[in-house]
Every structure is written in C-alpha cells, then in structure tokens.
Design a binder for this molecule. Sequence first.
Ligand SMILES: C[S@@+](CC[C@H](N)C(=O)[O-])C[C@H]1O[C@@H](n2cnc3c(N)ncnc32)[C@H](O)[C@@H]1O
Length: 294
Amino acid sequence: MNYKLAVSAWLGSQKLTEQEKAQRLRALRPSLDALRNSYQADSVQVSYEGSTAEAYLLGYVPPYIHQAQEVLRCALPAADLSGRDELRVGLLFPGPGPELIALVRELMGLKMTPRLRVTYFDAANLGWAVARHGLLRCADDIYPRYTSAQTADVDLRSPLSHDAIRSFREFDIVIAQNMANEIADSQPALNNLVDALTSLRTGALVVLSDQRGYAVAAKKLEEGLTRRLQPHFDVTHDAMLSSQHPQLCEQFSAPNFPLLDRNFFSNAPGMKLGARKKMNVVEWIGVKRSTRRA
Ligand SMILES: C[S@@+](CC[C@H](N)C(=O)[O-])C[C@H]1O[C@@H](n2cnc3c(N)ncnc32)[C@H](O)[C@@H]1O
C-alpha cells in the first residue's frame, strides 16, 4: 500500500524502533499543518525542503501515487509504446516524484518493462533530493529494469534553456500533476509550459492532472493551458474544461496505519487513513500530432 511505501522511502536505510519512528513523526506534524494551510491559498508558495519535504512525502505522496496511476491507466493506451526497449520520460513539477512509482506499476500492469530515462524538471530539486531518492529506490525495488534519473533545475516562470527545449524533443512521455495552484498567477509559466510541450516530437504523450477546485486561479490556468495545447495534440481525455463531468472521481480509502494515524495525522482528521477520501481530479491527455496538421 502507498503509505507503507512512503514510510519506506522516508526511512531509507535507517533502522529505527517504533518509538523512534513515532517521535520523528510527531515532530513533523507542524510541517504537515503548515503545508495544509499553504494549499488553502489561491496562490501557493512553499519552500520544499527539510521537514516540509518529509511531511509532503508521508502525507501527500500516497494519494498522489494513486492519482497518477488512475490517470496513466487511461493515458498509456493512447500512445504507441508497445515493443519499446527504452522510454524517455519528462516529469514536470514532480517534487519527490509519485509519478514514477505510478508509471512503473502501470507499465508492469501492461507487461511492459522498457528501460526508463527520467528527467525531473523542478525549481526545488535540491530540497526534494532525499525524498526523491527514497522513492527512486522504491521504484527500483518494484521495477526489473534500471531507471536512470537526471534533474533539470528550472523555474518555469523563466524561459527554458535551449538544452531543456532540446530534451523535450526527445521525450516519449511528459507527465505533470498537482502544479496548477503553484504557477496559477504566472502567465510566463503558462507560456513556457506551452512552448515546452508543443516542441515535443510527433507521437509523444502528455499527461496533465490536478486536484479540482483548489483555486479559481488554478482553473483559469488549466483552461488557458488546455486551450492552447488543443490545436497541437490529438486529445484523448479532456476533463479540465468541463466542470460537470470529472473523468476521475475515485473513492480512495486505505486501511488504518496506526503509526501514521496516531502520530502524524492526529491534527488532520480529513487525512486520517481510515477516512474515505474522495479524490476529485481533472485530467488532460494528448498525443502530439505532426506539425503539418497542427
Ligand atoms: C504540489 S508539488 C507537486 C509534486 C508532484 N507533482 C505530486 O503530484 O506530488 C508542486 C511542485 O511544483 C514545483 N514548482 C512550483 N513552482 C514551480 C516553478 N515555477 N517552476 C518549476 N517548478 C515549480 C515545486 O517545487 C513542487 O515540487
């Protein structure tokens, strides 16, 4: 289960007693509270590092792995990936990278195990390094092929370098999720994102998803983004523009996990693992068409 995986990524090779784990988790509660408060704002500014990154890994990554898996299950069949020995994957705004765990699980579900070359594009790669390394190790445990990972330090509000744009031309899949409320007030970020995604090669798959209704500004961003991408892609799913028909509205419930419930989620009843959680997610899935038809 995803919470167990997140705890394993969090602990890495450390061997702690149950009491020590409980103590460390209790110390992370203020960081979880601060994150929850930040995500209520229309425009989100979080400094992802240290205890904040740890709290995100334990509190948010498990449901976000679930989100990415559900969306990828719709998306992967849209691209022609069969018989590929290697897939080049761009993860935009990945934070610690729940998308990678989801991708390896879904590929294995399709009985595909291409070698994965993953690039993480994020403004806070350094702050995420430990949590991301933990998740990469978990991905290696799940997936039989070696996954190579590299990072690109980018602030999407500034134009992308030529090297970054060149790497986009080589990607087979680009995944971005749960970023809209962090770049919602930035027209430059929207423009740069559109530039990057429209420079993809023909046949490349783009998978975008977000939590519905975080912020009005986020909805505006999603609409702007999808409208501008639409002419360049064969769109297979577009729930971003429709407010009435979420394609994905999953009940997500996990069994109790007393270690986390008692020590970490105690101030956040809505996040407790016994609580039935409704993930209300919007997604946009497109396959890049040939430029001549765009
Ligand atoms: C809420 S996290 C989402 C992480 C991951 N996609 C997930 O679903 O768990 C948002 C990520 O976007 C990154 N981010 C925010 N603004 C950014 C920007 N302007 N340029 C690049 N990355 C940015 C943050 O560093 C963070 O890693």
